[in-house]
Design a protein around this ligand. Structure first.
Ligand code: RP5
Length: 170
């Protein structure tokens, strides 16, 4: 992949625990990434500068996690034509529903691919970013094939240890 990488952004250090899940997935898939705290509201100019710089340096997909009135992913998409994946975070009294709606309801022409609220969304943002890169990287595609097989074998392994036989007898 040369100097290509994925950028994982978060609006606050309080989002780190969730967004670290995306980093873990990318690390496992051997995809280079950067982690950055930048805020659509508190550091709007720095956010714009970082996006343009990262784009120029080889960022191929942006992942942006934020909570409350979560405008980070949308603000990123306003400054790049690279795919932008948004992760709504449960960091307020509305339990992430505010962030979900703020992230998903983008006006036509400035897209954000929005994932689930929280850790599953962060992990899936990383898997989806990997799938996007894998459209032009056969080695990465094979690593994703292996990852899916690993997931399946873990489920079957747990099932084999369940030790419960369900009977249809009444
Ligand atoms: C959002 O506000 C951040 O993404 C975070 O989820 C939320 C709360 O931020 P802090 O007040 O914890 O910095 O912008």
């Amino acid at each position: 992949m040369g100097t290509h990488f994925i950028s994982i952004l978060m609006g606050s250090d309080s989002d780190y625990e969730i967004m670290a899940e995306a980093a873990e997935v990318l690390k496992k898939l051997k995809i280079p990434y950067e982690l950055k705290i930048t805020s659509a509201h508190r550091t709007p100019t720095a956010t714009e500068q970082y996006i343009k710089d990262a784009d120029n340096r080889g960022c191929r997909v942006f992942i942006a996690g934020a909570g409350m009135a979560a405008h980070l992913a949308g603000a990123v998409s306003a400054h790049t034509l690279r795919p932008v994946l948004g992760v709504p975070i449960d960091s307020g009294p509305l339990k992430g529903l505010d962030a979900l709606l703020s992230t998903v309801q983008m006006p036509a022409g400035v897209p954000v691919g929005t994932l689930a609220i929280g850790k599953a969304g962060a992990r899936n943002a990383a898997f989806l970013a990997a799938s996007i890169l894998a459209t032009s990287d056969d080695n990465l595609h094979q690593r994703l094939v292996a990852e899916r097989a690993d997931q399946a074998s873990k489920v079957m392994e747990k099932d084999s240890h369940l030790g419960v036989v369900f009977s249809s007898a009444k």
